[in-house]
Design a protein around this ligand. Structure first.
Ligand code: IVH
Length: 718
C-alpha cells in the first residue's frame, strides 16, 4: 500500500515524515491556486481531506510538525473563508435607470414623494459609479477597527487585514471625526494595474476577466502580503453608522471624507436641474475611455441629508439615489443551440448556448431567450419585436450584456442565416419529467404540469430553499442537492426541505456514511451538518421566502412578516381566507387583512391563499416546522414612538406630504399601514375629501385625526 493511502495509525515515523512533507507541498500548492489564482483544481472536500490527514498525522507525531506546516500558517483560516461581520446599518444597493426619460422619472418621483411643487429647488449630486466592490470601514475612536464587504447587505466578510494593506485607506482619523463612523465606498483596481496583474498571472496559466474581478480576487487573499502587492484603491462616497451627524449635505460630507484623508472622486458635482444632471452624465460618458478605472454609470443622490432622511428606503435601495447606467455592450456570435431550463414553479425558460465571445472583457457563453414568443419575434404585448424576425439555431446573433445581468439576444443577422436553418419548435412537454407543458391564456410562459413529480422543479425548489437569501445553507450547492435528491440510499435522500434537517439523524442510523462517498470528506460533512444545525432557528421572512410561494419574493415576505409578526398568524390568515374559485372572498376578514397590507395586492394575497389550500404544501410546511423554529419578527421601526404597533389608515388628500411619504413615515415609526378600515384599525388619518373609509371609521368608533394631528402626534414640523 502506498504511504499516501495508509491509515494514519499504521504509519511509521519515517513514513509520517514523508507524508507531512508531501502534504505541506500539496496543500500549499492548492492554496496558491485557490487564493492567488482563484482557480482551484480540487473540490473543497478533497482539500479538506488533505488538511484533515495532515492534522491527524501531526496529532500522532507532534515532534514531526514542520516549520511550513499548513496548520501553522498565520492568517490561514482553516476553511479558507473570512469571518462574518453584521453591518450596523445595512449596505443597500442602487436602483438603475437607463435613459434620459428614466432620469426625469426619478427626479419626478423624488418630487412627488416629498410633495414639492415644480418651482421648489432640489439639488442632486452626480458622480461616477465605480465598478469595484463596496466596502464598509468602521472607525472607533478614530482608529480603523473593521473592514467588511457588502455580502448580502446585512452580513459581509471581515477583510480588515487585507484592507489595512491599501495605502489610500487611512488607519486613523483626525480629532474632528466622530467616535464611531463607518466610511463606505468602493475598492477598485485601475486598468493599468489590472493589465499588469493579468500579465503576471497569465504566466501561471491563470486568467482574470476584468478589473472588478481583479479587485475581488485580490481582496479575498488569505495572505494580506499578497493583497499588498495588488495595487488596490478606494473612493469614499457614503457612510453607515455614525455617532453624530457628519454634515448637512451629501456633498459636504464627502468633502469632509476628503479632508480626513480618503480619496474622493473629483468628478462629483452638484446639479440643480435634470438638464444639468444629464449634461454631467454625457460629459462623464464622453470621458469614460480616458478615466483610468472602470466606471459603469453615474450615480445621482439628493444632496440635502434631511431630505434623504424623509425619502428613506425601499426594501433594497434608497429612494433618494439612483444609478444611471451606461449603454450595454454588444457583440456578434453564433447561436449553437437552445436548452430548456425548468424552474421551481415549472416555468420552461429557453437558454441560448452561444459560441463563446468576449463582451466588455467577459466571456459570454449563455444568454437568456426569455420565452417562446421572444424566440418567435413576438413581444410581451403581442406586438412584433425585431420586426418579427425569429431566432433559429445556427443564426448569427447580436448579444448585449449590461453589468451583472444575464446577457440577452437582441437581434439576428438575417444575411448570415444558414439556408437550412429551421424555425425553433418550443417543446410541448417538460424536458425533465415528460409531463405536458402548458401555456395559460394570456401568459408568456409555458409551464410543466408535473408539479410534485417533476424532478427539475423539486431540485429547483430545494436550491431556492437553501439559497443565500433563504435558508443560506453553506455546503449545499447545486451539485450536492442533485446528489442528495437522487441518492439511491434512503438514508441519504433529500427530496423535501424537511429531509435536509433529518439527514444527520438518518445517517447516524444507517450503514452508508456520507464521509465515505466521493466528493465528501470528514471535514466537509461536519461543516455541512453544522451549517444545517445553525439554521434550525430562522427569521420569519427568510422562512416564508424559502417556501418559494409564487409572487412571494423577499420584499413581499418581509411585508407579511412585518404585518403578522408570527408565521403562525400569517398562516392562520392565509388558511382562513377562503378563496372560492381562486378568487378572494371580499366578505372574509382574513382576506381583507391580507389585502390591506401596504404593498400587497390581490395577486400576492391569492398566491398565499392558494399555497396553503394545497394539502401537500401544508404537509411540507408541517414537516419542516417539526425541525425548525421560526422566530417571531421583532416589531420594526421606532418602538418607543406613539404609533408603534398600531394599525394606521391614511385617507383623503394630504397636503404636507405625499401618501407614499406618509406610509413610509408611519412604518419607520413602527406602525402598520393598512389600505382599508376594519375593527383592527387603531387610527385613521383623514384629509380633505375623505369618504367611505372615514365613515367606516366613525361607525366602528376608530380614532380619526387630520394631517396636523398626525404631525403633532409624531412630532414633526409640517
Ligand atoms: S452610493 C445606499 N455611490 O454601486 C447607496 N454607490 O449598484 C450607497 N457604487 O453597492 C451606494 N460607485 O458598490 C454609491 N459613487 C457611488 C458608487 C456606488 C459605485 C456601487 C456600490 C453599490 C452599487 C449599487
Amino acid at each position: 500500500m502506498p504511504t499516501t493511502d495508509k491509515p494514519v495509525d499504521s504509519l511509521t515515523l519515517e513514513e509520517a515524515e514523508t507524508e507531512l512533507a508531501r502534504l505541506a507541498g500539496e496543500i500549499g500548492e492548492h492554496d496558491r491556486r485557490y487564493y492567488a489564482e482563484d482557480a482551484p483544481t480540487v473540490s473543497d472536500a478533497e482539500y479538506d481531506a488533505l488538511r484533515q490527514r495532515n492534522a491527524a498525522i501531526e496529532a500522532r507525531f507532534p515532534e514531526l510538525v514542520r516549520e511550513d506546516s499548513p496548520s501553522r500558517k498565520v492568517g490561514t483560516a482553516p476553511s479558507g473563508t473570512f469571518g462574518k461581520v453584521v453591518h450596523a446599518v445595512p449596505m443597500l444597493s442602487l436602483d438603475n435607470v437607463f435613459s434620459d426619460e428614466d432620469v426625469r422619472d426619478f427626479v419626478a418621483s423624488v418630487r412627488r414623494f416629498l410633495a414639492f411643487p415644480a418651482d421648489r429647488e432640489i439639488v442632486f449630486t452626480a458622480e461616477p459609479k465605480i465598478d469595484g466592490l463596496s466596502m464598509s470601514l468602521r472607525y472607533e475612536n478614530r482608529r480603523l477597527v473593521t473592514a467588511a464587504t457588502r455580502g448580502d447587505g446585512t452580513t459581509g466578510e471581515n477583510v480588515t487585514a487585507n484592507i489595512r494593506t491599501i495605502k489610500e485607506i487611512p488607519e486613523s482619523l483626525p480629532a474632528d471625526a466622530p467616535d464611531v463612523v463607518e466610511v463606505r465606498g468602493e475598492v477598485y483596481m485601475r486598468r493599468d494595474d489590472f493589465f499588469a496583474l493579468q500579465k503576471r498571472l497569465s504566466e501561471t496559466g491563470q486568467a482574470i476577466a476584468n478589473p472588478r474581478n481583479g479587485a475581488a480576487g485580490s481582496l479575498r487573499q488569505k495572505d494580506p502580503e499578497v493583497t499588498r502587492t495588488r495595487s488596490l484603491r478606494f473612493f469614499a462616497y457614503a457612510w453607515g453608522e455614525v455617532s453624530e451627524p457628519l454634515g448637512e449635505t451629501q456633498y459636504d460630507v464627502v468633502r469632509r471624507f476628503g479632508d480626513w484623508g480618503f480619496p474622493v472622486n473629483d468628478r462629483m458635482v452638484r446639479c440643480r436641474t435634470v438638464e444639468e444632471i444629464l449634461e454631467h452624465y454625457h460629459a462623464i460618458e464622453a470621458e469614460r475611455a480616458e478615466i483610468p478605472y472602470d466606471i459603469d454609470g453615474v450615480v445621482y443622490k439628493v444632496d440635502r441629508l434631511d431630505l434623504q432622511q424623509r425619502l428613506g428606503f425601499r426594501s433594497r435601495s434608497p429612494r433618494w439615489a439612483t444609478a444611471h447606467k451606461f449603454a450595454a455592450e454588444k457583440a456578434m456570435t453564433v447561436l449553437n443551440g437552445i436548452d430548456i431550463q425548468v424552474g421551481r414553479t415549472g416555468a420552461l425558460t429557453p437558454v441560448a448556448r452561444l459560441e463563446p465571445v468576449t463582451v466588455g472583457g467577459v466571456v459570454v457563453t449563455n444568454a437568456t431567450l426569455h420565452n417562446e414568443d421572444y424566440i418567435k419575434g413576438i413581444g410581451n404585448n403581442g406586438q412584433p419585436i425585431r420586426d418579427g424576425r425569429d431566432i433559429r439555431v445556427g443564426d448569427t446573433v447580436i448579444i448585449q450584456r449590461a453589468g451583472d445581468v444575464i446577457p440577452q439576444i437582441l437581434d439576428v443577422v438575417m444575411e448570415k442565416r444558414p439556408a437550412d436553418a429551421v424555425p425553433y419548435e418550443f417543446p410541448r412537454v417538460c424536458p425533465a419529467c415528460g409531463s405536458h407543458a402548458v401555456r395559460e391564456e394570456g401568459e408568456a410562459v409555458r409551464r410543466c404540469t408535473g408539479g410534485l413529480i417533476c424532478p427539475a422543479q423539486a431540485v429547483e425548489r430545494l436550491r431556492h430553499f437553501v439559497s443565500r437569501n433563504a435558508f443560506d445553507i453553506e455546503g449545499l450547492g447545486e451539485k450536492q442537492i442533485e446528489f442528495f435528491f437522487q441518492a439511491g440510499d434512503e438514508a441519504l435522500r433529500v427530496q423535501s426541505p424537511a429531509d435536509i434537517f433529518t439527514l444527520k439523524a438518518r445517517q447516524a442510523g444507517s450503514l452508508t456514511k456520507l464521509e465515505n462517498i466521493d466528493g465528501f470528506g470528514d471535514v466537509s460533512v461536519r461543516k455541512l451538518f453544522a451549517a444545517i444545525d445553525d439554521r434550525r432557528a430562522i427569521e420569519f421572512s427568510r422562512f416564508l421566502y424559502a417556501l418559494g410561494i409564487r409572487h412571494i419574493g423577499e420584499t413581499n415576505a418581509r411585508r407579511f412578516a412585518r404585518h403578522f409578526l408570527s408565521f403562525a398568524s400569517f398562516r392562520a390568515a392565509a388558511e382562513s381566507a377562503v378563496a372560492p374559485e381562486g378568487k378572494g372572498d371580499p366578505g372574509n376578514a382574513a382576506w381583507q387583512e391580507l389585502n390591506g397590507i401596504n404593498g400587497i395586492g390581490s395577486v400576492v394575497a391569492e398566491a398565499a391563499v392558494d399555497f396553503f389550500a394545497e394539502e401537500h404544501n401544508r404537509k411540507v410546511v408541517d414537516d419542516l416546522l417539526k425541525e425548525v423554529n421560526v422566530r417571531d419578527e421583532e416589531p420594526v421601526g421606532d418602538v418607543s414612538s406613539p404609533v408603534a404597533g398600531k394599525t394606521v389608515v391614511f385617507t383623503g388628500a394630504l397636503e404636507k406630504m405625499s401618501r407614499d411619504e406618509a406610509k413610509a413615515m408611519a412604518e419607520r415609526l413602527g406602525a402598520k399601514v393598512a389600505g382599508s378600515v376594519s375593527k383592527k384599525t387603531d387610527l385613521v388619518v383623514a384629509g380633505p375629501g375623505a369618504g367611505s373609509k372615514l365613515k367606516q371609521a366613525t361607525d366602528l368608533g376608530v380614532e380619526v385625526i387630520d394631517e396636523d394631528g398626525w404631525f403633532a402626534l409624531v412630532a414633526r414640523d409640517g
